[in-house]
Design a protein around this ligand. Structure first.
Ligand SMILES: NC(=O)c1ccc[n+]([C@@H]2O[C@H](COP(=O)([O-])OP(=O)(O)OC[C@H]3O[C@@H](n4cnc5c(N)ncnc54)[C@H](O)[C@@H]3O)[C@@H](O)[C@H]2O)c1
Ligand SMILES: O=C(O)C(=O)C[C@@H](O)[C@H](O)[C@H](O)COP(=O)(O)O
Ligand SMILES: [Zn+2]
Length: 351
């Protein structure tokens, strides 16, 4: 399956195909004519897929950079060591970086590609469900600060996104569930039909049978939204449903306790509880989201006092003059923006 993100000179293709990793060189040769490539990956993914990818790229001079897995690697102070390794390999402005891994590797390697020598070419090969349905597309790249998620970042478009759903076979169930947090988000904001399908699967095996199509549907929604509002001032804000609270939960626990999809799930529940209480969301919307999250083993509350999240929320990028663009649902499949100060989250006492 092939999708094209139409962004003028920054347009790129997304290919979704089982086994495409082995064919990476064919697709890369179409968009990149240089000699050197640096693969940035993590210490879970590289031992599994690094050899396969490096072998496919045997016509290039390949440098391998492997970081420790997990969100704590997506931090500002890891950057100098990555830049040094690229300099040691004499990677120049005409060379390229490939991100091989989940969203952490994609966001981090993308930020490095955006900033090293003021920018080098970049390809995304996402290997987690979350990265395949969401983070590898759209060009947002970033690192976290202790004060908040993704607070230092850039827009860096890949030349290409190669999605091999076969890599999900080695992904831990925890991170399949985590990715489902973002998949459910897509149903909530843009597709009641997708949401209904997600409600209907009786097992991960059944879901896995349709995984290529589910990835396609999510990426196609993201493509459409990103084409309309690349810089996140309008339509694209919808992709942030659940994230204002979700990011604050991740930050509160220093990025160690709740993974991204889990925290976003809790955030979707709480913001919908508030908007339902205010008569914005159709009655029963919160209950349906809770049931969908529970269906995939995701948490729906975290026991934090909402007042404890106000500080982290104050750093959210959707803050304009202390008014936040909260993404709410009118109903499943239809999102809207509610501008309000951060104190609105106090309308639920506990998250
Ligand atoms: N840029 C965006 O638009 C965007 C969108 C959504 C999320 N994100 C970011 O993505 C990050 C979360 O991404 P994630 O959930 O992929 O986390 P992750 O990159 O930490 O991957 C999750 C875990 O799975 C492992 N893994 C990945 N692929 C594997 C495979 N095929 N087999 C075995 N293990 C594998 C990783 O080593 C890691 O331990 C967060 O930092 C979040 O903020 C960014
Ligand atoms: O691509 C987007 O736009 C999104 O909001 C997708 C989110 O799933 C993702 O977590 C993103 O990184 C959040 O963006 P941020 O601007 O809130 O950092
Ligand atoms: Zn997200």
């Amino acid at each position: 399956m092939d999708l094209k993100v139409n962004l003028g000179k920054d347009s790129y293709h997304i290919y979704i195909e089982q086994g495409i990793l082995k064919q990476a060189h064919r697709y890369i040769a179409e968009v990149y004519h240089g000699k050197k490539i640096a693969i940035i990956s993590d210490d879970n993914v590289f031992p599994l897929y690094g050899k396969e990818l490096s072998e496919s790229l045997k016509d290039y001079e390949v440098t391998q950079i492997v970081i420790p897995h997990g969100e704590l690697s997506k931090r500002f102070d890891i950057l100098p060591s990555l830049y040094s390794q690229l300099l040691e390999a004499h990677l120049t402005r005409s060379d390229m970086i490939i991100a091989l891994g989940g969203g952490v590797v994609g966001d981090l390697a993308g930020f490095v590609a955006a900033t090293y020598l003021r920018g080098v070419k970049f390809v995304q090969i996402p290997t987690s469900l979350l990265a395949q349905v969401d983070s590898s597309v759209g060009g947002k790249v970033a690192v976290d600060l202790p004060e908040g998620k993704n607070l230092v970042g850039a827009f860096k478009h890949p030349l290409l996104v190669l999605i091999d759903p076969l890599t999900l076979k080695s992904l831990d169930d925890h991170f399949i569930r985590d990715g489902m947090g973002e998949v459910i988000k897509y149903g909530c904001i843009k597709s009641a039909r997708l949401f209904e399908i997600l409600e209907s699967y009786q097992s991960f095996e059944a879901l896995y049978q349709d995984i290529d199509d589910i990835i396609y549907q999510c990426v196609d929604i993201k493509r459409d939204v990103v084409e309309k509002d690349l810089f996140d001032f309008g339509d694209r804000l919808a992709l942030n449903f659940g994230h204002t609270i979700g990011h604050a939960i991740e930050q509160y626990y220093h990025y160690e306790h709740y993974s991204h999809g889990e925290a976003v799930g809790v955030g979707m529940v709480d913001i919908t509880r508030i908007s339902e209480q205010r008569g914005i969301s159709a009655p029963g919307t919160t209950k349906r989201i809770i049931e969908a999250l529970e269906h995939y083993g995701l948490p729906t509350h975290c026991g934090l006092k909402s007042k404890d999240l106000l500080e982290a929320i104050s750093h959210d990028k959707k803050n304009i003059d202390n008014t936040f663009a909260f993404v709410v649902l009118n109903k499943i499949g239809e999102s809207a923006i509610l501008r309000h100060d951060a104190k609105m989250i106090l309308e639920v006492e506990e998250m």
